[in-house]
Design a protein around this ligand. Structure first.
Ligand code: GSH
Length: 208
């Protein structure tokens, strides 16, 4: 059985859980990271040298880390015909563009906002950084809103790994106690994501 190492409250673990759900694959999830620890242990570092979660491990001990790489591996290994990760080179390139873009641009300002409001103590909060991150995110979500003007999901009519990479941040953006610019396509997209079982079960959870 596939083993997924990582606490369920991690955005990157959520991404893998949603992928597993879309593909209907059985797995065991083992709590690791945060208060659960384990990620400093040499056995864990041998699988994931960053000591971060998630890590996916196969029965024979082989493992893969980095959430986007894990999501792609699951499609390639277990569902090569899945529309989650299309094989047509152009369609695949579009999915990968949005996967890379969310990791390269969306994650870091969203993490600043999320940590400021949800995870940090008042004495640790940097409100100037939060304001800058909110302005940056406003610009980024506008790009996503424009992309969604003529399609329900980032790469067309159905969910792909592009949406799975972005989804947790869409949920957090709409759930954080911050002023939202009016982005109607993004709001419609959030509602469309809510129609996916894996998003509701693993991603659209109370913020913690
Ligand atoms: N780029 C990595 C980032 C992994 C990452 O930053 N994971 C966070 C949780 S979202 C983590 O392990 N934090 C430390 C911990 O939970 O102990 C990925 O996509 O997998």
């Amino acid at each position: 059985m596939l083993k997924l190492w990582g606490r369920a409250s991690s955005s990157n673990v959520m991404k893998v859980l949603w992928t597993l759900d879309e593909l209907g694959l059985p797995y065991d999830r083992i709590d690791a990271g945060g208060a659960f620890g384990r990620t400093r242990e040499p056995e864990y570092r041998a699988m994931n040298p960053m000591g971060l979660v998630p890590t996916l491990q196969e029965d024979d001990g082989w493992s893969v880390w980095e959430s986007n790489a894990i999501a792609r591996y699951l499609c390639n290994a277990y569902a090569p015909d899945s529309p989650l990760y299309p094989s047509d080179p152009r369609a695949r390139a579009e999915v990968e563009t949005w996967m890379d873009w969310s990791l390269a641009h969306v994650v870091s300002p969203m993490v600043v906002i999320f940590f400021t409001h949800i995870r940090l103590k008042e004495s640790e909060r940097d409100w100037a950084a939060e304001k800058k991150a909110r302005e940056d995110c406003g610009r980024l979500w506008k790009i996503v809103d424009a992309r969604l003007a003529d399609r329900p999901f980032l790469c067309g009519d159905h969910v792909t790994l592009a949406d799975i990479s972005m989804g947790c941040w869409v949920h957090r953006w709409h759930s954080l106690p911050i002023d939202q610019p009016d982005l109607p396509n993004l709001a419609r997209y959030y509602a469309a994501l809510m129609t996916r079982h894996g998003f509701v079960a693993h991603v659209a959870l109370p913020l913690e």
